[in-house]
Design a protein around this ligand. Structure first.
Ligand code: NAP
Length: 560
């Protein structure tokens, strides 16, 4: 019985290298890898050994006969990718790894990583595979994991199982957290450099892009970034309030974030009650009167930013009605196999004019851009224009507005048009791309400083994309070590611990994080939820103080 990659695929390619018969593609050496929406198992080559199941960090792989009804489309999705396979070597080529020359540094290699999301932890993992390395992972919040904690939708628990991999990384000798410390405010880049051979910035892309239209800032118009952070209980956003008293919400953009937000707004709150969604968001959603969520795409379904696995997952939901507004527009040129499958799935959907049933519904509307947000005190609607598609000389497809406009009544407008990196103190910034300018991770003009993840390459890809991204950055760093380009730090780990203790007496380490993790899980147990997150930092501190082991156990100085 062949194995099948399903919706939660994170693309970190661990399965590719675990497979003894090279049946999982694309692999990180293939050009197609960077743009792949998921990985696919060749059902003919698969020998059913289950090695990929073990290797997958997000439980996305299962034998065909163990798939639930909503996962069955993935059998064909995997098979179609391999329908005409080229000749392949018996084993996937292993990506090059630079080995550290330990004679090049007089002390163990000490690296600071700023940020604690997937890119940061994959970078720490790559570094800690080398001998005699210490990694200090700095995080502004008292809790780690970045978007895995505050970005992944609560109804995607499989994706969150990546935390098991993060736990293994945290357990590696040489790994240290410095939680609750804001690099740029509490510690400067120069101070980090004084205590480390190198600093890797993994600060992500926490800003949202703007539409630049009239009314964008009216109450009732907000960003998906903030809305996602709200329902996930991010301490900076957990106390927000959203008016969900209208029949319809409109989301601009049709990437995976837009699909996440549409699903959360349209899901029966009773079905979210068993997740780690924030209590405040859950109770607001229980009061919600939203019955319809319109997802606006400025281009056609062939240019859909949302991925086939996410679309398939959405269409597999029997509790939601998903419809298309009008006919699915025909693409102007040839489309690839994945797009063909998206189009086929969308063409099979009913149109929005069919009679409504009792379920909440999501309406997918194409070739439509917002022109302005209507309302005086708050949003009452969005004025939109119908677009046509134009193919540019470079092959790109652009939306061009026509004269046809109309207004969609709504009380909640969510802009889901992509994330954007924030400038990092003391680092150069490419304002157009929203990234730190770098060559394969080496930051321009800052010897010893590197970037990884979204602040390096922009907000694209999946959790596992950060594995190959981290390997590339770490390879540059280790090459610089081997070339003798990184100076030994002037101060040691003990002096760093003292500095952190003076500036941030409440800074936590891995022991503190594990304690918080236990407390959150215990809070969830009573109500059958995976965890109930602390969404208020002060409340978290009090709970930790009441339940914590000796304070010194949380300090950086104890380890290393
Ligand atoms: P995204 O994939 O870049 O999608 C952005 C969307 O906004 C596109 O539909 C884009 O349309 C549209 N857009 C941009 N500017 C616009 C404008 N001025 N007017 C109207 N529409 C505009 O961004 P995202 O959804 O925020 O996702 C970010 C990354 O996280 C992606 O790589 C995504 O796959 C990943 N992610 C993955 C998951 C998952 O795997 N479950 C979940 C969430 C996020 P055009 O295509 O026309 O530019």
């Amino acid at each position: 019985m062949p194995h099948v990659v399903t919706q939660a695929c994170c693309g970190d390619a661990s399965c590719v290298f675990a497979c003894p018969v090279n049946a999982i593609h694309p692999n990180p050496h293939d050009e197609a890898f960077a743009l792949a929406e998921m990985l696919y198992i060749d059902p003919v080559a698969c020998v059913d050994c289950g090695a990929c199941v073990e290797a997958c960090p997000v439980a996305a792989i299962a034998p065909e006969n163990k798939l639930g009804p909503a996962q069955l489309p993935f059998v064909q999705i995997n098979a179609l990718f391999h329908q005409d396979p080229p000749a392949r070597p018996a084993q996937a080529p292993v990506p090059p790894i630079v080995r550290i020359d330990t004679t090049r540094t007089r002390t163990p290699l000490r690296v600071a990583v700023v940020g604690s999301g997937p890119a940061a932890l994959y970078a720490a993992d790559e570094l800690l595979k080398q001998p005699d390395v210490h990694v200090n992972v700095f995080e502004r919040l008292p809790v780690p994991y970045g978007l895995v904690r505050s970005g992944v939708a609560p109804d995607h628990p499989e994706t969150k199982t990546i935390a098991r991999l993060f736990r293994d990384i945290e357990d590696r000798p040489g790994f240290h957290y410095v939680l609750g410390v804001d690099v740029g405010r509490d510690l400067s880049h120069a101070e980090l450099m004084a205590h480390h051979h190198a600093v890797i910035y993994a600060t992500g892309a926490s800003q949202d892009r703007r539409l630049g239209i009239v009314g964008e800032d009216l109450p009732g118009s907000t960003t998906a970034t903030e809305f996602v952070a709200w329902y996930n209980g991010h301490p900076d956003h957990a106390e927000r309030s959203y008016d969900l008293s209208h029949e319809r919400a409109v989301i601009v953009g049709n990437g995976n974030v837009a699909l996440d937000v549409a699903r959360i707004l349209a899901t029966d709150p009773d079905d979210l009650a068993g997740t780690d969604i924030s209590d405040r968001a859950l109770s607001a959603l229980r009061q919600s009167r939203i019955r319809e969520v319109v997802v606006l795409a400025r281009r056609g379904p062939a240019q859909m930013a949302g991925t086939l696995p996410e679309l398939t997952g959405l269409l597999g939901r029997s509790d939601l009605d998903v419809v298309v507004d009008g006919a699915v527009p025909t693409p102007t040129g040839d489309v690839d196999l994945v797009t063909e499958q998206k189009l086929a799935a969308l063409r099979a959907l009913p149109t929005a004019d069919r009679p409504r049933d009792a379920r909440r519904r999501i309406v997918l509307r194409y070739l439509t851009s917002p022109l302005s947000v209507e309302g005086t005190d708050r949003v009452t609607g969005v004025h939109v224009v119908h677009n046509e598609l134009v193919r540019d000389v470079d092959g790109g497809v652009r939306a061009v507005p026509t004269q046809t406009t109309d207004t969609i009544a709504t009380g909640l407008l969510l802009r889901s048009i992509g994330y954007r990196g924030r400038p990092v103190t003391d680092m150069p910034f490419d304002d157009r791309a929203g990234i730190i300018p770098n060559d394969a991770g080496r930051i321009h003009g800052r010897p010893g400083a590197y970037a990884v993840g979204w602040i390096k390459r922009g907000p694209t890809g999946f959790i596992g994309t950060n594995k190959s991204c981290a390997r590339e950055t770490v390879n540059q760093l280790l090459s610089d070590v081997n070339a003798g380009l990184l100076a030994d730090p002037r101060s040691d780990q003990r002096s760093l611990a003292e500095l952190v203790g003076q500036r941030c007496p409440d800074a936590g380490d891995v022991v503190a994080w594990r304690r918080i993790d236990d407390l959150e899980r215990a809070r969830g147990q009573a109500s059958g939820r995976p965890r109930v997150k602390f969404t208020d930092i002060e409340e978290l501190r009090v709970a930790l103080a009441n339940a914590a082991p000796p304070r010194a156990g949380r300090r950086l100085v104890r380890r290393g």
